[in-house]
Design a protein around this ligand. Structure first.
Ligand code: NAP
Ligand code: MG
Length: 476
């Protein structure tokens, strides 16, 4: 398979100005398999300037119908190349191929949604009291920097780039160093589908080397970021100097709340994948389970039984459910959490070690008796680790749920409708699902409360976030 290994600027491949390249390692085999160009500040300038040029010279003012046609074409070309995208995703981050195929399809559906949204994204006419004619416009901002992580590289790149482009902006997309391939494929395929040169640039390179230059570039008007709370804070600080627009989708410590009146057996069977899918490297991972005490023991035993049945292995095989972690470093970070859990005397109901000795694999791990002050309870682990705790009182449980500084996702299992409404209202999180673990719907807003972020991806909310709102008044 031909790998995309250069920068994609102004519709063409080029090496980094410095000639620097970074090595990619397959996390399932620990083997180096490619070198990809690593941008530096000169390349940031070239990419941003070319995006700005493309914006001013056509994309900004293109008729909505034409932009719709191009983005539908992008979606079609992504569908046609779904298998290639999926194979690249599995190769660089070890994502199980079945999930990689689903996520490649999700990226294509996002382009379809925003292609259709262009001609349905309306302003208002407002009956202002002094008479005359008053209406609002949603105007594009200019160059948007989209900085994306390695856990869902392709779909997140799509769900940032598609609404930004649909709203009439041009994009500089910076993939994570561990996962540049599918972002580069997106740039190439989008241009093959008719996106004019310069409208979407893809800039692989180390965030610590080029992040500041990209975020502070005077022609970048908005930064849309998904990643760690630490880097999100840094971006917000830098963006504040010029009051740049930001949207940040950061970490989580999401609760999974199960009441005794629920179909708790189904909850116990499905909940393992709500935290262990993507080997736990998911900002929505339901990593804290709150169980009503009367069903705590049978739930734990069924949950552990379901966890043991998960198929861990070669991510290129369609039956594999859990692949390796993305890197040796990410696994080491998670193992530090496990060491802390041991030190604090938590009980390991299963897991805690490494299966096999090749690839960055880690066992799906179920912790019991985790103290509410312990790191494993309070901090985002970003690996295949869950803590289960019993509760007696609904109000006290909700206080513990909301004690987290995070507020991204939550699940709630109950068959009591009034309780479902009450608890849904009380939990502080940006997305919540009842009797389900879904967090992401192309058509609905996705993002967090508190330190989980600012602004929303997906749905029409994301389109709003890539525009400025202008009010025009015409006197009679
Ligand atoms: P990260 O550093 O926040 O990386 C996310 C993206 O930001 C990557 O593209 C990264 O590029 C880039 N970046 C890094 N430093 C930057 C800077 N100074 N300015 C601008 N962009 C910068 O996350 P990580 O280090 O990969 O993972 C650390 C932890 O973050 C994880 O353990 C997890 O807790 C959390 N995380 C959360 C999510 C999420 O979905 N919310 C995703 C990934 C990680 P490079 O790859 O080149 O550094
Ligand atoms: Mg980092």
């Amino acid at each position: 398979m031909q790998l995309p290994t250069q920068l994609f600027i102004n519709g063409a491949w080029r090496d980094a100005a410095s000639g620097r390249r970074a090595i990619l390692v397959n996390p399932a085999t620990e083997e180096a398999f490619a070198e990809v160009a690593a941008a530096d500040n000169a390349d940031v300038n070239a990419a941003v300037e070319s995006a700005h040029q493309a914006w001013e010279s056509g994309w900004r003012d293109l008729a909505p119908g034409k932009r719709t046609e191009i983005l539908f074409n992008v979606a079609r070309v992504l569908w046609e190349n779904l298998e290639r995208i999926a194979q690249l995703e599995t190769l660089h981050i070890g994502k199980p191929i079945g999930d990689a195929r689903d996520e490649a399809g999700l990226g294509a559906r996002v382009f379809e949604y925003y292609a259709g949204a262009i001609t349905k994204f309306c302003g208002q006419t407002i009956p202002v009291s002094r008479g005359g004619f008053d209406f609002t416009l949603r105007e594009p901002m200019g160059v948007v920097a989209c900085i994306v992580p390695w856990n869902f590289p392709f779909p997140i790149a799509c769900w940032k780039a598609a609404p930004a482009l649909a709203a009439g902006n041009c994009v500089v997309l910076k993939p994570a160093s561990l996962s540049p391939l599918t972002a580069l494929a997106l740039g190439e395929l989008a241009h093959a589908a008719g996106l004019p040169p310069g409208v979407l640039q893809v800039l692989p390179g180390s965030g610590s080397a080029i992040g500041d230059a990209l975020v502070t570039h005077p022609l970048v008007r908005k930064i849309s970021f998904t990643g760690s709370t630490e880097i999100g804070r840094r971006i917000m600080e830098l963006a504040s100097r010029d009051l740049k627009r930001i949207s940040l989708e950061l970490g989580g410590k999401s609760p999974n709340i199960v009441f005794a009146d629920a179909d708790w057996q189904r909850a116990a069977e499905t909940s393992p994948m709500s935290v262990f899918a993507n080997t736990g490297q998911d900002c929505c991972a339901r990593s804290r389970i709150f169980m009503e005490r009367s069903i705590y023991e049978p739930f734990v035993s069924k949950f552990v039984e379901s966890t043991r049945k998960l198929l861990v292995g070669d991510p290129t095989q369609p039956e594999t459910q859990l692949g390796p972690m993305v890197s040796a470093g990410q696994r080491a970070t998670v193992e530090e959490f496990l060491a802390d859990a041991r030190k604090q005397g938590s009980k390991f109901a299963c897991g805690g070690g490494r299966p096999g000795n090749k690839g960055y694999y880690l066992d799906a791990t179920v912790l019991l008796d985790v103290g509410k002050e312990d790191r494993c309870w309070r901090e985002e682990i970003f690996g295949p680790v869950v803590a289960i705790t019993p509760f007696d009182d609904e109000a006290q449980m909700i206080r513990e749920v909301n004690a987290s500084p995070y507020g991204l996702s939550a699940s709630l299992w109950t068959n009591d409708l009034r309780r479902a409404f009450r608890v849904s209202r009380a939990v502080q999180s940006g997305v919540l699902s009842v009797n389900s673990h879904s967090s992401v719907h192309v058509e609905a807003p996705f993002g967090g409360f508190k330190t989980s972020g600012i602004g929303r991806d997906l749905g029409m909310a994301a389109m709003e976030g890539y525009t400025e709102l202008k009010n025009v008044y015409i006197a009679e």
